[in-house]
Design a binder for this molecule. Sequence first.
Ligand SMILES: Cc1cc2nc3c(=O)[nH]c(=O)nc-3n(C[C@H](O)[C@H](O)[C@H](O)COP(=O)(O)OP(=O)(O)OC[C@H]3O[C@@H](n4cnc5c(N)ncnc54)[C@H](O)[C@@H]3O)c2cc1C
Length: 475
Amino acid sequence: MSGGLINPVHVVGGGLAGSEAAWQLARAGIRVVVHEMRPVRGTDAHLTGSLAELVCSNSFRSDDRDHNAVGLLHEEMRRAGSLILRAADAHKVPAGAALAVDRHGFSAAVQAALEAEPLVEIRRQEVAGLPPADWDQVIVATGPLTSPGWTQAILELSGESNLAFFDAIAPIVHKDTIDFDVAWFQSRYDKAGPGGSGADYLNCPLDRAQYDALVDALLAGDKVAFHDWESSTPYFDGCLPIEVMAERGRETLRHGPLKPVGLTNPHRPTDKPYAVVQLRQDNRLGTLFNIVGFQTKLKHAEQVRIFRAIPGLEHAEFARLGGLHRNSFLNSPRVLDATLRLKADPRLRFAGQITGCEGYVESAAIGLLAGRFAAAEQFGEAPSVPPPTTAHGALVNHITGGHIDTIDAGPASFQPMNVNFGLFPPLAKSPVTVPGGPRLRGPAKSLARKKALTARALADLETWLSQDRQTAAAE
Ligand SMILES: Cc1cc2nc3c(=O)[nH]c(=O)nc-3n(C[C@H](O)[C@H](O)[C@H](O)COP(=O)(O)OP(=O)(O)OC[C@H]3O[C@@H](n4cnc5c(N)ncnc54)[C@H](O)[C@@H]3O)c2cc1C
């Protein structure tokens, strides 16, 4: 037996990610200590002392594994023996195509499974300082509301500028839904900048009437209110919501993120746009673009309505809509390695929302991977990362390297992300016909593409699972 099998893995935080990580470790035959501070110490959003408490909605979103990226993630988790999915399936409530759960039954089931597992010890205590020297493997899964004492320890270990306390999410658009008869690629003054080509931004031109309409819509649009406990966090340092900028004066946006200077519209070279909305590449694959400066508290339906009025974005499909929330998350592409370990102190591995994924399911999925990676290490083996064609692989790859850092001066652009098809490598060949059927167009083509992506993902997941040491250990 290796030393790793004698020393337990310490999991800090018994939420969605920590519970799943502990389960995966125990199923692989590894001892685990879960440190959960509730109910001894609460957070601003949790209401109970239960493990895996759902702090808000009771929905795990779409359960369509064939045409929806989160539905695919559910299916992959089921196949990987996820406790979170097992408990969700056992406590589901009617919700159409979505997987929604009885929240109390769900959390109680997760807690009962971990309490019944002889290799898992649950300690109700806050971990508030640097982890003791004899913890040789730690999974940090303390979530968006990480306690202040532990936050300080993470800041010390990761470097001050690598932990954010608020997300400032600008909407992200699938590139293939942008109208290139209107938009064009160009950087201001064709400047290449570090890592840029001189044509890195996508530009959408607005005339005066369109600009005025956009400002009016931003001012009038329905917004989401901050929670009381969020309003004291100083988010406005450098990351004002677009509508707050618009409130400062009608011309503020034209002199800020929408300034029309240094750009020439190749579709209409003699027209000078009154303002220009810019989009910047968001992932290495080049399939996703974020709308620069458009972090917002507008409600989601309002965002779709208002942003589709921008020329070139009339048919935009959004991989993510904008938002601003209190959140604790690392600049993971910079500080984590490919198996989620902190480069500065590799005995710490991160999981859940603190890594910069977003959502219950994604947090649990990253917990699943962290548990499997840690188990491999306990056995003295190299952790195996799932292929990027799977939902798990696409998500972890985005967190640890798929996202590209900002190409110019300004705040780091890594922001929390739900799983979506834009994170997957494109198909070598998109399906154009159904066997014996007509040529596919519009929604039918999009559905066929999604079906092909999910079929590829599940086939590749099966191969990965069959080769992964933890699957054999759990059986
Ligand atoms: C207010 C709010 C609403 C949200 N609503 C939704 C939603 O509706 N749908 C959705 O999909 N996602 C939602 N999220 C986002 C996110 O997916 C969830 O927060 C999810 O629970 C994250 O999982 P996690 O395991 O990373 O963190 P959590 O589930 O929060 O688990 C972290 C655990 O760590 C514990 N902890 C923290 N610090 C310490 C410490 N120092 N020592 C010991 N224990 C500690 C906490 O008590 C907690 O139990 C919401 C987030 C917030 C903040």
